[in-house]
Design a protein around this ligand. Structure first.
Ligand SMILES: [Zn+2]
Length: 752
């Protein structure tokens, strides 16, 4: 249609239905609150040569490297671990270093540890005997590192100072840029029974056969991270904030009783020395089997070993490249299986280690879940770069290390597996194997930011769960699941950008909320294509490097051309929640008769007085001009049909829209968080139509927004966010006409 419309539209309206009695408060743009769209210069670190404004590593980016040669021996009878290590530390920074910081995480369990003293304590009226005993009677576990020596390459002692979980080694002369230094540490510690006193590593004791199942990590003094952001990241290990570790190459020799089965980070160098010829053959078969796990050490063999208690020893030798940590698991009780996994560009191995108590559940599921996780995560990030990934059965655990992780979930004593345990086990395996990507490879600082690995990982866990099984009952990811948290009491909420130690609801804050935020970005704000590309860009820019939150925020915007400052600002830096509602709806119709009733009415700003009737008129020529000048001559009203006849050919008319009903909808936003408005119109014939208004609809007015929906069929219902995709915390104001019994609770029940 080329003709210019020579008609003014005059509206004659009456309010037919009002969603709420509250009058619309028109506020000046930005009045009384900060502009929620302002760019984040106030919150983000200034870009520099190390980290650029695009979110990529800059031309001066560097990272330190720490290589380890470690020999450890397990004393199974006394549950102790003895070790010596040589660390070679490469100073790639542009600064000389006068001292080095080494992490002694086991010291959290030392008798001198301050960790228990920072917890609030209350007296309970009743105690379980074990808890009472632990709290008030027993001496307590004697954990923590015993350092025998720290010495230089010539065997001369080096000066060191231990401050709780951190050890400073003073260098005789500063370690210059581009130089490296080697030094050795000898140590031992009592291994904790983690099921009694907790911990991310330790052993589980099996009363029935008197065996231990060891999951060993944080077992050697580990270099702290030195970088352009923190200098030395030597914040103490209090228990919540996990680890910050540089990359390096490892050679680790682990000596354990000869009847143990063991696996750990890296590639095993002496498989023929530690497996039987039969087991070796099964291993070879597993490396060529892509459709199901092959049992390498059988349950029969494990049950035989359980009764053995050999006095002999075996040493398992590993090498690992470009890993930030090393962990291993060992027991007589282990069944061991594996299968090959084809990724886009390579083949890797998926493995599981589990005692007979975990079967048949683990034999059926674990390794298959490992394989699925590697495939899905690789698709959304990069091909899994390590040669293998191992899932270890360890009750009460969910903990990750490079190439190996501990996972809870076994059948009960009667062999029964509840739905809760079944899905809990699959989810924890996906989650912990997924941590290989974040933070083991995309190596963020866990001590400072729990969300950077837990949030991103929980997001991909959700995608993997849905690929594992359509309709998988994911606990975290779907927007509606975060509502109970985000609508909770503000004094127990912290922004996602809060240090790990100061978070009240750890799981909701650092796992679920960021994961849900990413899901909303993907499904509602950016769309899958733009989101997936940007997320992949972040993963690839920062794999085998140390990203910060800014690097993530900037990359997501840089790679997508979607302005996200408002989203990061609201979702990550505040505790604002989403609540968008329908404030009022005014209905209009196009008149089909000349309007007698218009006589004598005055017009204001193109509108007739509000008490005149719910009709829309087309006003022609002079009358139109007059209408704009607040006067009106009813003789100038033109009927729609006449207008169509006069202005368009039959051919053109066939292509025109034919709106008959007009709904002026005013949205309000009781919640502080911005969000696009998703609107579903339901017509009287029960068909529906979706409209999404970008978040920028709020850019000049943070309180209300209005839209007109012109439809050919009458609308009987208008719903905001009908699929519960935006984490709107109160859906009772989401529907017009307001519905009885449309409580928040019922809506969420329906949405599930
Ligand atoms: Zn995690």
């Amino acid at each position: 249609m080329k003709r210019r419309i020579a008609y003014a539209f005059a509206l004659l309206s009456s309010v037919l239905a009002v969603a709420q009695e509250t009058p619309v408060q028109e506020r000046e743009p930005g009045h009384g609150d900060n502009n929620k769209f302002s760019q984040m210069y106030d919150l983000m670190a200034t870009p520099n040569m190390f980290r650029t404004a695009s979110g990529a590593p800059g031309p001066a980016y560097y990272q330190q490297q720490a290589d380890y040669k470690i020999d450890v021996e397990l004393d199974d009878k006394n549950t102790r671990l003895y070790g010596t290590e040589t660390i070679t530390y490469h100073n790639n920074s542009p600064e000389p270093l006068e001292y080095l910081w080494v992490q002694l995480d086991q010291n959290k369990r030392s008798k001198k540890s301050l960790s228990p003293l920072v917890e609030n304590q209350r007296m309970d009226p009743a105690y379980r005997p074990s808890a009472f005993s632990q709290n008030f009677i027993e001496e307590g576990f004697d954990g923590g590192f015993n350092i025998d020596y720290v010495q230089d390459v010539n065997g001369e002692p080096m000066k060191y100072t231990i401050n709780q979980t951190m050890m400073r080694i003073d260098l005789p002369e500063a370690l210059k840029p581009k130089e490296k230094i080697s030094f050795s540490i000898k140590w031992w510690y009592n291994i904790n029974n983690y099921r009694v006193i907790g911990g991310r590593s330790g052993y589980e004791h099996f009363e029935e056969d008197n065996n231990n199942l060891y999951i060993i990590a944080q077992f050697y003094p580990r270099m702290a991270v030195y970088n352009d952001v923190e200098g030395w990241q030597n914040m103490q290990f209090w228990g919540a904030g996990e680890f910050a570790l540089p990359f390096g190459d490892f050679e680790v020799n682990i000596t354990v009783p000869a009847d143990h089965i063991l696996d750990g980070t890296g590639e095993l160098q002496n498989r023929p020395e530690v497996l039987t010829p039969e087991q070796l053959k099964r291993y070879e078969l597993a490396t060529k089997t892509f459709d199901k796990p092959i049992v390498i050490v059988t349950q029969e063999e494990a049950e035989r070993a359980e009764k053995n208690f050999s006095d002999k020893k075996k040493t398992w030798k590993f090498k690992a490249q470009d890993v930030r940590d090393f962990a291993f698991s060992t027991s007589r009780k282990f069944i061991y299986d594996g299968m090959a996994v084809k990724l886009a560009g390579k083949t890797v191995m998926a493995h599981s280690l589990y005692p007979k108590e975990a079967n048949p559940m683990w034999g059926e599921t674990s390794t298959r879940v490992v394989a699925q996780t590697l495939k899905t995560y690789s698709k959304y990030t990069f091909d899994y770069p390590y040669p293998k990934a191992i899932s270890v059965s360890a009750e009460d655990q969910g903990m990750e290390y490079p190439m190996i992780c501990w996972n809870y979930g076994r059948p009960d004593e009667n062999g029964f597996v509840s739905e809760r345990i079944k899905y809990g086990n699959i989810s924890v395996i996906i989650h912990e194997v997924g941590h290989n990507f974040f933070p083991m490879i995309v190596n963020s600082d866990e001590r400072q930011w729990t969300w950077m690995d837990e949030g991103l990982n929980t997001f991909l866990q959700y995608l993997t769960e849905q690929e594992w099984m359509e309709g998988y009952p994911s606990g975290r990811g779907p927007a509606a699941k975060i509502v109970p948290y985000m609508s909770g009491e503000q004094k127990f909420l912290e922004p996602v950008m809060t240090n790990s130690e100061s978070i009240h609801q750890f799981g909701a804050n650092a796992y679920a909320k960021p994961a849900t935020g990413l899901n909303i970005l993907r499904e509602v704000i950016m769309g899958r294509e733009l989101f997936d590309h940007a997320f992949k860009t972040y993963a690839n820019r920062w794999k085998f490097k140390h990203p910060t939150p800014e690097d993530f925020f900037r990359t997501m915007e840089d790679a997508s051309a979607v302005d996200l400052d408002w989203f990061w600002r609201g979702w990550f830096y505040t505790t604002d929640y989403v609540d968008i509602g329908i404030l009022q709806v005014k209905e209009y119709y196009v008149t089909e008769q000349q309007p007698e009733e218009l006589k004598g009415h005055t017009v204001k700003r193109g509108r007739f007085n509000q008490d005149s009737g719910p009709f829309v008129y087309m006003v022609t020529g002079e009358a139109g001009k007059a209408a704009q000048k607040n006067t009106f001559d009813p003789a100038g009203v033109k009927l729609l049909n006449d207008y169509l006849q006069d202005s368009f050919t039959a051919e053109e008319r066939a292509k025109l829209k034919s709106p008959k009903y007009f709904y002026e909808v005013t949205f309000n936003k009781p919640g502080g968080m911005l969000m696009p408005i998703i609107v579903e119109l339901t017509f009287e014939d029960n068909t529906t139509e979706m409209h999404t208004f970008p978040v920028q609809i709020w850019r000049k007015n943070n309180q209300t927004a209005s839209r007109v929906f012109a439809t050919a069929k009458p609308v009987k219902k208008i719903t905001i966010d009908p699929k519960l995709q935006t984490a709107d915390i109160d859906v009772s104001n989401n529907v017009w006409p307001p519905q009885k019994g449309n409580s928040k609770f019922e809506q969420f029940e329906k949405g599930r």
